[in-house]
Design a protein around this ligand. Structure first.
Ligand code: KG4
Ligand code: ZN
Length: 355
């Protein structure tokens, strides 16, 4: 039995978890900063790192305590090295280094995107995976399409050229004056709306496996908001007081449903096509946006391949997925070292762990 303590602090969640053999969660603690950032309508990097500093000690202690373990009982410590916000990453990395030094345990520096991939392996009951599988990672910071040929072997097929899918949800949520983060609130609102009310553009319908979501937000803005008057444009207001003004005839739920339909159409179309072209045996979706029921349903409907997604609590950022990914890296003999820095932009591909 290999017991790994995972630590994750790449964005706005301070998280720690203890996981056995890459699949059994003994504890999974997530301290979310959503309330802190909600007033700004997005993640405020400086505040995020300070909040990580305040939370991390307690979060790790609680994860160990809930698992019934001491730091000495753990076989290895795993921490997110990137991608993410530099200041936030450094808090987790330094804490993990201190813990590894104190206990003499190996320390694994993990890629956050690979963490999202392995959130699928934690799902119980587990059916064995036959490679290759096609993986769509859709989160606040990322939209990536990957072919996974084996454990640790990834071919990056494409990704977003501008906003991520999660960012699109968050920005449109803001336009609709919904609370942050927009994703879950848009999904809730869309339940009562008609997805056919607006025909929003399905950007980048080309042969590539790249995505573009920035035009979609602009299209939504043009369609549903009142253009600000010259007077309002020059008025200085704090960001959190800037509310967009919707046209009087607009129903928020119809916009939410139409927008959600556009994003999910784009994601599903390219994922299903890539799975076919590369002969994938299954489609996996992971990351915050994979919690979206419309995305899950549409993906299942449009492909004959089995579709897997993580349990809801493992879609958004957590440390259990980092500990799970680290278990497989440990099996592959990833070297442990205390001598590494944060990598705020770190793609996931075959060479990820070669530096
Ligand atoms: O994976 P995650 O916690 O963060 C990153 O790694 O970036 O994903 C957060 C993102 C946010 O943009 C949030 O709006 C979105 O996931 N999200 C959703 C849903 N739940 C979270 N988007 C659509 N539908 C949801 N149910
Ligand atoms: Zn994430």
């Amino acid at each position: 039995m290999t017991t790994i303590l995972g630590i994750e602090s790449s964005c706005d969640e301070t998280a720690a978890a203890v996981v056995e053999d890459g699949k059994t969660i003994l504890s999974n603690i997530v301290a979310s900063q959503i309330d802190l950032h909600a007033q700004y309508g997005g993640v405020f990097p400086e505040l995020a790192s300070r909040a990580h500093v305040e939370a991390i000690g307690q979060v790790v202690e609680t994860a160990l305590h809930d698992a019934g373990k001491t730091a000495q009982d753990i076989d290895a410590v795993a921490v997110t090295r990137g991608p993410g916000l530099i200041g936030s990453l450094l808090v987790g990395i330094n804490y993990a280094k201190g813990l590894a030094l104190m206990t003499g345990k190996p320390l694994l520096a993990m890629n956050h995107l690979e963490g999202h991939v392995y959130s699928l392996w934690i799902t119980q009951p587990f059916r064995p995976v036959v490679f290759p599988v096609l993986i769509l990672i859709v989160a606040g910071g990322h939209t990536e399409l990957l072919l996974m040929r084996d454990h640790g072997i990834y071919q990056r097929l494409g990704g977003t050229l501008d906003d991520s899918a999660g960012e699109a949800f968050d920005k449109v949520g803001r336009l609709l004056n919904l609370p942050f983060p927009g994703g879950p609130h848009i999904e809730q609102s869309a339940i009562h709306g008609n997805p056919k009310t607006y025909e929003f553009p399905r950007g980048k319908r080309d042969a590539s496996y790249d995505f573009s979501f920035s035009g979609l937000k602009t299209a939504v803005m043009r369609e549903v908001t009142v253009a600000p008057s010259a007077d309002a444009r020059t008025k200085r207001e704090p960001d959190n007081e800037k509310k967009s003004q919707l046209r009087s005839e607009v129903r928020v739920s119809d916009v939410a449903a139409s927008f959600q339909a556009a994003v999910t159409d784009i994601l599903v179309e390219k994922t299903v096509r890539a799975a076919k072209e590369y002969g994938a045996t299954e489609i996996f979706i992971a990351g915050g946006v994979s919690a979206n029921q419309m995305l899950r349903q549409k993906m299942r409907k449009d492909t004959e391949l089995p579709v897997r997604y993580p349990p809801l609590n493992l879609c958004t950022d957590n440390a259990a997925m980092i500990a799970a990914a680290a278990y497989y890296r440990l099996q592959m003999g990833l070297n442990s070292s205390l001598d590494f820095d944060a990598l705020p932009t770190w793609a996931l591909n075959n060479t990820t762990y070669e530096k």
